[in-house]
Design a binder for this molecule. Structure first.
Ligand code: DX5
Ligand code: ZN
Length: 231
């Protein structure tokens, strides 16, 4: 590993009335490769069934795709992703992540997402073992390890999930799995280094980016911390 860590600000903590501007605040002035430019924008889709919260859905994602050239990383915390995930890929999302706990046929979902031109992501909640989903993961591009219970921003990091990150890192480094390891929940300047040491490639950060006075600078600072902590 030891490549440039990816930072994916979560707009869950942004001002929903100004989403376009909030994304521009992490676009590095439009300059590709700028330190203050996010790598992906993380979009939390919640349906008030799989999780107790309700956020936004496909129409908003379609509008965001027109408002930015940053890749959209759509995290679907919804029931029946077998039915709904494909629409996000067809709309042009870069990566579409479904929850292992909600997917009935995760292999078919991954194949459909890829056929529609997106990367396919599989997410596990903090209490969900990786072993149960290793076969399905062979069909995926990203593994999203939740480090909080999904549903809300601003929660505390659950360090116990780093065991799963280390296991996934080992499987990737030994060629048994080919996913990018992403972490989501409670990532900030105090927690990102331990996640980077454990082998995370892509870091989602909501409140740490959008509660900062300058979200772009927060992106750069988080990436620096992760890069220095990587092996
Ligand atoms: C939680 C969401 C996260 C959330 C992270 O269910 O999936 O993406 O926005 O927010 P922070 O970084 O504040 O924990
Ligand atoms: Zn998320």
């Amino acid at each position: 590993m030891a490549h440039r860590p990816l930072i994916a600000p979560s707009i869950l903590s942004a001002d929903f009335a100004r989403l376009g501007e909030e994304i521009h605040a992490v676009a590095g002035g439009g300059e590709i490769g700028a330190d203050t430019r996010a790598d992906w924008v993380h979009v939390d889709v919640m349906d008030a069934h799989f999780v107790p919260n309700l956020t936004l859905g496909l129409p908003v994602v379609q509008s965001l795709l027109k408002a930015t050239d940053l890749p959209l990383d759509c995290h679907l915390m919804i029931e029946d992703p077998d039915r709904w995930a494909i629409g996000y890929a067809e709309a042009g999302a870069y990566n579409v992540t479904v929850h292992a706990e909600a997917a009935k046929d995760p292999v078919k979902i991954a194949k459909d997402l890829r056929a529609a031109g997106a990367k396919a992501g599989l997410s596990v909640k903090p209490g969900t073992p990786l072993e149960d989903h290793l076969d399905a993961l062979k069909h995926y591009d990203t593994l999203l390890v939740m480090s909080v219970e999904p549903g809300f921003g601003g929660q505390s990091f659950i360090a116990e999930v780093l065991g799963k990150v280390r296991d996934a890192r080992r499987l990737v480094d030994t060629g048994h799995l080919n996913v990018l390891v992403e972490i989501d929940g409670g990532i900030n300047a105090d927690t990102i280094e331990q996640a980077a040491e454990a082998g995370v490639d892509c870091f989602v950060a909501g409140s740490a980016v959008y509660s900062a006075a300058d979200p772009g600078k927060a992106v750069a600072a988080l990436r620096d911390l992760a890069a220095n902590a990587q092996h």
